[in-house]
Design a protein around this ligand. Structure first.
Ligand code: ARG
Length: 568
């Protein structure tokens, strides 16, 4: 039942019967209906102030008359200071919401609004030959959550890992490998071994200038497509990705494309030509740039004076390629706010090029991560590797289980769900632009706004359903009139609008916070109200609400990439 439509129809017809007024349309009334900030002021409110002009009467008088004239509204209508407040019958409201959740099931909260539209998401975007550390976690989990959210709204999604796989450092790495490395060691030691080689190269190059020449020569060899150089370079990539894949696997993150920076080697020239043709390319001390002074920004450098392209050049080519290939409506770049300027410049250049579609390009930026109060710095050795972090979290969760519920079946798997969920949930709890300080105590706490708490609530509701079994009775939704049940119902009803808004703002934390609120509301209901009541009709209604809450909580956790265990 659509209460908003019902109220609209009631108001329009009452305007006719009470005032002989027929010029006010359903659209106008529908659009004017408000959601009161507080449920004590009703479920919907209609302000009568605009009608005063049409009817030449004072708003309170109009509200009084309409309140008496509206027919067929299931509930109570009050006239207060020019407002009509609508209080939907509690039982009816609860019944309608619960039935809708159970009908839609795992699609509850989703929609078809994105049908026929495509969203590209550039996230995680790790760098080759570097360890996957905690600094890449926000991009990875925010991007993954956004992908889930858009897919839930019917969009086609393309997830892209824009690998950092281009730059002079790869020439140095090959040189180092040729001098000191061997296949087996790198194959076994993975990225760590590559990093070691690179560090040694830089140390020795300080005293031996000839090393840098070797590095440059190998980089040129990659650029020229030399077979040996490419073979080693591609193998470095495979080793890095195999390492990263372990983390993606633990997190349940997947990509449709790994087209990284080097993919655009042969796609930049036409773009640079277009920039030149449109009169935007300028020479500046031998470099080719787009002057952005007029827009208060430093120049966008397309080619260095030695002719080398840059990160920015590759991004311009990548945007065009993505547009031509995927015809996206939106292209999201989930990248830290340190790159705010880069994306502002990039988007400005696209606009100057007259690429109309670039309006759909959005920098989804996020804050910095620190770890237990310490800033992360590769140089000072404060690095937290993602794989270690996740494995520690899983181990800590297992310790907690062994202490609290040693007999739990399938302990290892549940520890994995809790451990990984705790980390992901923590990273997605605050507004993405805020800096986050990762803390074990907070992430793994079983009460408060945490993953384990939401998961525990899910497991608890599952356990209630198991105990309830099947109930052979018609639900009596009057049993859901108390404030505890009503709070849950109200949250359930808000979920679809919330998912829509989370996509609109590219803000997965809205979903995370919602799971915390819903968990709190459900737990209050669970503690205060006897769900498995003796009266079968009452029991049925409360069990249905439990099932609806469980379903919605599960859907929400799924969107942010957190598992929902049946038992804990
Ligand atoms: N690899 C880059 C980094 O780690 C992020 C790339 C983001 N994506 C892009 N299209 N620029 O900083």
């Amino acid at each position: 039942m659509d209460f908003k439509k019902l109220i609209t129809a009631g108001i329009v017809s009452a305007l006719g019967t009470a005032f002989g007024e027929t010029s006010v349309t359903e659209e106008t009334v529908f659009g004017a209906l408000e959601l009161p900030p507080d449920s004590a002021m009703g479920d919907y409110a209609f302000p009568c102030f605009k009608l005063a002009k049409v009817l030449h009467k004072a708003p309170p008088m109009i509200a009084d008359t309409l309140a008496a004239a509206i027919e067929g509204f299931p509930g109570r209508i009050e006239s207060v200071k020019g407002y009509l407040n609508f209080y939907i019958d509690r039982a009816l409201y609860a019944g309608e919401v619960v039935k809708e959740v159970l009908r839609a099931g795992d699609r509850y909260g989703g929609s078809e609004e994105g049908r026929g539209k495509t969203v590209c998401l550039d996230y995680s975007s790790i760098n080759i030959a570097k360890r996957f550390h905690i600094g890449h976690l926000p991009s990875t989990v925010i991007g993954n959550a956004l992908k889930n959210i858009y897919a839930f709204l019917g969009y086609d999604t393309v997830s892209i890992n824009h690998l950092g796989d281009w730059g002079t450092q790869f020439g140095k790495m090959i040189a180092a490998y040729k001098m000191w490395g061997d296949r087996e060691t790198v194959e076994k030691g993975g990225v760590d071994e590559m990093v070691k080689l690179y560090v040694r190269f830089n140390t020795e190059a300080k005293t031996d200038e000839s090393l840098n020449d070797k590095g440059r020569a190998w980089f040129k060899a990659i650029e020229d497509g030399n077979e040996e150089a490419l073979e080693i370079f591609n193998w470095f990539k495979r080793v890095t990705l195999a390492d990263a894949e372990k983390v993606y696997e633990i997190l349940g993150v997947k990509f449709d494309s790994y087209a990284g920076e080097s993919f655009y080697n042969d796609k930049m020239e036409p773009v640079i030509e277009e920039v030149a043709e449109k009169g935007l390319l300028k020479e500046d001390q031998g470099a080719r740039i787009v002057d952005l002074e007029e827009y208060g920004m430093p120049p966008f450098i397309m080619l260095r004076s030695d002719g080398a392209s840059l990160y920015a050049t590759r991004d311009l080519a990548a945007a065009k390629y993505r547009h031509d290939t995927y015809h996206f409506d939106k292209c999201l770049y989930v990248v830290a706010y340190q790159q705010d300027l880069h994306f502002k410049q990039l988007f400005k250049v696209m606009e100057l090029l007259g690429w109309d579609w670039s309006k759909g390009c959005i920098h989804v930026n996020f804050g910095m991560v620190s770890y237990e109060g310490q800033a992360l710095s590769t140089r000072e050795g404060h690095i937290v590797y993602l794989e270690d972090l996740l494995n520690t979290s899983i181990q800590k969760s297992l310790d907690i289980i062994n202490e609290k519920t040693p007999d739990l079946e399938n302990k290892e798997e549940i520890a994995r769900q809790i451990g990984v969920g705790a980390v992901v949930y923590f990273m997605l709890y605050n507004n993405r632009i805020k800096d986050t300080d990762f803390s074990w105590d907070r992430a793994l706490s079983f009460d408060g706004e945490t993953g384990p708490y939401a998961q525990y609530t899910y497991a608890r509701s599952s356990s209630v359903l198991r105990k309830a079994g099947t109930i052979d009775a018609q639900p009596d939704y009057r049993a859901l009139s108390d404030p505890q049940a009503q709070d849950v119902v109200r949250l359930l009803e808000q979920f679809p609008a919330l998912v829509h808004e989370a996509a609109d703002r590219n803000e997965p934390s809205m979903i995370t916070r919602y799971t915390a609120e819903l968990s709190k509301a459900f737990n209050r209901f669970y503690y205060d109200i006897r769900i498995l009541d003796d009266d079968a009709a009452v029991r049925k209604a409360r069990v249905e609400l439990t099932e609806a809450a469980r379903q919605t909580l599960g859907n929400a956790l799924g969107l942010i990439g957190v598992a929902a265990p049946e038992r804990m």
